[in-house]
Design a protein around this ligand. Structure first.
Ligand code: FES
Length: 90
């Protein structure tokens, strides 16, 4: 049976490499607590080693987070939540 989009899991991958961690990735792991239960139950959160996005000129754009296929630079809790809501509504 096909699952509706509303059951689709939203995978949140938080870069936990040194640069991203120092630039604020640590607080992003608390994102689940900032979401209402109906959305919190739909997300899975995992850490990733350096995604190699912080090299060269992109250093200042850390921390990086992926919400499914969408990459978020200079990620903050509100920015990631906004993207989770956008995808949850699709
Ligand atoms: S530490 Fe996050 S992309 Fe390198």
């Amino acid at each position: 049976m096909e699952r509706s989009n509303h059951d689709r899991k939203i995978h949140v991958v938080i870069c936990s490499g040194t640069t991203c961690y120092l630039m604020g990735a640590a607080e992003l792991f608390g994102i689940e607590k900032a979401l209402e239960e109906s959305l919190a139950s739909r997300i899975s959160i995992e850490g990733s080693p350096c995604m190699n996005l912080c090299k060269g000129g992109s250093y200042g754009k850390a921390p990086f987070v992926k919400v499914n296929d969408t990459l978020i630079a200079t990620a903050t809790v509100p920015k990631v939540i906004e993207e989770i809501r956008r995808q949850a509504a699709m």
